[in-house]
Design a binder for this molecule. Structure first.
Ligand code: DLL
Length: 449
């Protein structure tokens, strides 16, 4: 079972994988999968229509009643849901269950100072743990493995999402969370985890810290790594594998839909299986909203099929990718997302933290002594993303005040958005405001491909 399905695709492989708790779903013939999706889609639309006023109003305006949906491809007639809908309904307006019936709230950054809030019932958390366990199993994690979890715990879905999935699978979790990089290295050496997970950029920070201490993690017990939460390239995968001495797997997800575990690579490392019994995936032209044929590059749109607390109808992720239903050598029948190559909006992901330039703008607007426009520069220093914010002092301020202004702005960015930024204060008139935008972004990092 170790090298799951790797060499032997087809019927035999299907039989072998069914021994794992979820593999009967993962190897389900696509026609049967479509029937399951249709039944679940109808129930999801019914849940959204009955319990979320915004969805009901939009469906009514589109002239669609939940029972009208008879075929899966009719999903293209349903209205989209946008990130701004979560902002406009802040904090709980899109929830389909009363708050007392939830077991968990998480949040990710929204487009303003207000975060995007997501809620889960007990069953939602249970499904999430199952899907995350399924993802880990696909990547080669097994019961009894020690699992070093360097994703952040807290409102970010990464840490706890992985944690529950690893426990569900029967792994031994080390909940170290992000940060304390030297301690990460020490625990990898001492606890001998077979598996680790982190954002890909943080994985390289850990590798760098180990190398500085003269520790060779290539000879540690690590064999499997799961990385996600931000775009990364094939070159970065090769570098992580070479420096940490493990096989690196891509895992994808987003808070609005669930968290990590929406899709994950199997041992073939050839695209991420999107778990289609719980989600419906489409790729659209971001300009026209038209559904694109399989294989075309466009924006990923996801509909949840089993979520109770936060049913999402055609959520526009803004993530750019393409999908294929071509059979995978592993024997799983669920489609594959072929790496997320970037985003279609201005959201930046800096060290795993999502940042909307409008959030920085909102922080600056509240600070006295600086002009409302600024320049954001994101660069990579060594393995680490670095955010620099260049702001402009109001006319008449003395250069001797700049250090204090910089400290004040950096402090507020950290406390409101939870990201560390280097703030440079320039004299009045030194930062041109470009094309009327308050925030100009220069992302100098290598692109994912
Ligand atoms: O980042 C969930 C997650 C945590 C996934 C850890 C995997 C590992 P959010 O903070 O809501 O949730 O950010 C979601 O991050 O829309 C993508 O733009 C980006 N993203 C997540 N995983 C990947 C990936 C988590 N594997 C946003 N490749 C998403 C590229 C990714 N981008």
């Amino acid at each position: 079972m170790a090298a799951i399905l790797h060499a032997s695709a087809g019927v035999d492989a299907g039989k072998r994988v069914r021994r794992f708790m979820h593999l009967q779903h993962e190897t389900m013939p696509r026609r049967q999968l479509a029937q399951l999706q249709l039944a679940r889609l109808r129930a999801t639309v019914r849940n959204a229509y009955d319990h979320v006023p915004l969805h009901r109003a939009r469906l009514d305006a589109a002239g669609i009643a939940p029972d009208d949906i008879r075929r899966l491809d009719e999903i293209r007639h349903l209205p989209f849901t946008l990130k701004t809908d979560l902002r406009d309904q802040y904090p709980f307006g899109l929830l389909a269950r009363p708050r007392a019936e939830l077991t968990r709230l998480h949040a990710s950054s929204g487009t303003t100072c207000k975060p995007t809030v997501v809620g889960y019932t007990k069953q939602d958390v249970d499904h999430w743990a199952d899907l995350m366990a399924r993802s880990l199993f696909a990547a080669g994690v097994r019961r009894g493995d020690t699992f070093h979890n360097a994703l952040g715990y807290g409102l970010f879905t990464g840490g706890l999402g992985m944690h529950y999935g690893a426990e569900r699978l029967g792994a031994v979790v080390v909940p170290i969370s992000g940060g304390s990089t030297e301690r990460q290295v020490a625990l990898i050496v001492d606890f001998k985890p077979r598996v680790m997970c982190a954002t890909p950029s943080y994985a390289l920070v850990i590798a760098e810290a180990a190398e500085k201490q003269g520790i060779d993690l290539r000879s540690s017990a690590l064999e499997v790594g799961l990385f996600g939460g931000e775009p990364w390239s094939a070159a970065m995968r090769a570098e992580i594998e070479a420096r940490l001495g493990l096989k690196a797997f891509d895992v994808y997800g987003l808070s609005e839909i669930m968290g990590p575990g929406v899709a994950c690579e199997c041992e073939c490392q050839n695209g991420l299986h999107g778990w289609e019994d719980h989600f419906l995936f489409e790729v659209i032209d971001p300009d026209t909203g038209r559904v694109l044929p399989e294989g075309a590059v466009g924006e990923l749109v996801i509909t949840t099929l089993t979520k109770e607390a936060l049913p999402m109808l055609r959520y526009r992720t803004r993530d750019i990718t393409r999908i294929t239903t071509a059979p995978c050598d592993c024997g799983r029948t669920h489609l594959r997302i072929l790496r997320i190559s970037g985003r279609d909006d201005d959201m930046l992901i800096v060290r795993g933290v999502n940042i909307h330039p409008s959030q920085i703008e909102a922080v600056l607007a509240d600070r006295p002594r600086i002009a409302p426009h600024c320049q954001l520069i994101v660069d990579r220093r060594g393995a680490l993303d670095q955010l620099t914010v260049e702001v402009e002092a109001l006319p008449g301020l003395a250069a001797s005040d700049f250090a204090e202004i910089a400290y004040d702005v950096a402090h507020h960015i950290k406390s409101m958005i939870d990201v560390s930024a280097e703030v440079h204060v320039r004299s009045s008139g030194e930062i041109p405001s470009f094309d009327g935008k308050a925030v100009r972004v220069r992302d100098l990092r290598p692109k994912a491909s």
